[in-house]
Design a protein around this ligand. Sequence first.
Ligand code: MN
Ligand code: MN
Length: 470
Amino acid sequence: MSEKTKIEQLKEQLCYSPKNAVEVLTTEQMQEADAYCVGYKQYLDDAKTEREAVDAAIVLAEKRGFRPFDRKDKLVPGDKVYYNNRGKSLLLAVIGTNPIEEGVSIAAAHIDSPRLDLKPNPLYDDHDLAYFDTHYYGGIKKYQWVAMPLSLHGVIVKKDGTTVTVSIGDKAEDPVFCVTDLLPHLAADQMKRPANEIVRGEDLNILIGSRPFKDGEESDSVKLNILNILFEKYGIVEADFLSAELEAVPAYSARDVGFDRSMIGAYGHDDRVCAYPALTALFALEKPAYTAITVLADKEEIGSDGNTGMQSAFLPYFIDDIAAAFGVEGRHVLQNSLCLSADVNVAFDPLYPETVEQRNCAFLNRGVVLTKYTGSRGKSGTSDASAELMAFFRRNMEDNAVLWQAGELGRVDLGGGGTVAKYIANLDVNTVDLGVPVLSMHAPFEVVSKTDVYMAHKAFLALLSRNEKL
Ligand code: MN
Ligand code: MN
């Protein structure tokens, strides 16, 4: 080894330069990251909707000794509990050894993703083709959702209250569904429309059948035939759609991307790529110092409203209940708590370099991205984490060998966005955003790096197993 020159020494001492995982991790650590992602890909395939994400998380949690939370229970360090909020969001906690008034550690991710929801009265036919009419959910580029296989997931709750669970299109033997697109030969007018109108929201109708009903010599509509099939398969009638939540999502499973298999392509990385690591980090705890909580929230993609979204009181109520078990006020717990709002951020894309500012942008394979603020224009709509909190997480992550980088959501004034961070910060909790950089965010096929996913697990574990206060 040759001696470092003065310049090399100074650069090392003074300059900030984020590194690619291959420069920092050992071969064994790279293999650990790849192995970790096997479980993540399974979770992606098991959990295509918020309801399925809750169900799959509960299966994993119960295997590890978590039990449903009962506010009358006595809680002791090491207890593992979960609270299922209406089947669409989930809170899990491992009780710590420190007094609860010293605060808790929270990793809060969301489990809803952009998709096509069926309208309340979705079924119709037109010229002997049957369709489900949809209303899109979340921020999508509508043209991305045509001419690809879709599966259908959700519930139909009949008038008598019985629930029919639907999951069709993901198994190899299942049929799939699709939105058709216009052939290029006849698309001259369509291609002149602005991109947000190439495919119009009202035209995102899903093709579900083409064969009319037939009884002996008599035939009727394709719609009647579909209704007859649905009645035989699910025991439902047309009016039952009025009390259903059915979501069309891409019908393919998660796949490795690249000859080097360094990346994962899938539907719904945003935000299962943070939800799964927030779960596995919690599962790695036995008796943490601070009580650790993982939040899997619904409705983030449409503003976190409603009683399963993070603007609802279900998180502070849960913390109230835990605090009450120790005779403490919930607000005294909240004000001393630390939260990683666990959500994805944009990864630099060499095809669109002008959309970000490269000194303040996340790159694939440089680890998890800590995001001080999100929002748009002049930091509108963000909680903007404090310097003290940023310093805490720099130390916390580096002490635990977490590879991380800092990032903003795009160039100033180009656009922007928000996360659940502000809703949790508004509860008087010290909160900052941390998550995985994503290529093609909100597209039906998003791409992340395996080492970044693994670093998300390590980052959440570093917080949830902390011994230090802010
Ligand atoms: Mn998100
Ligand atoms: Mn999103």
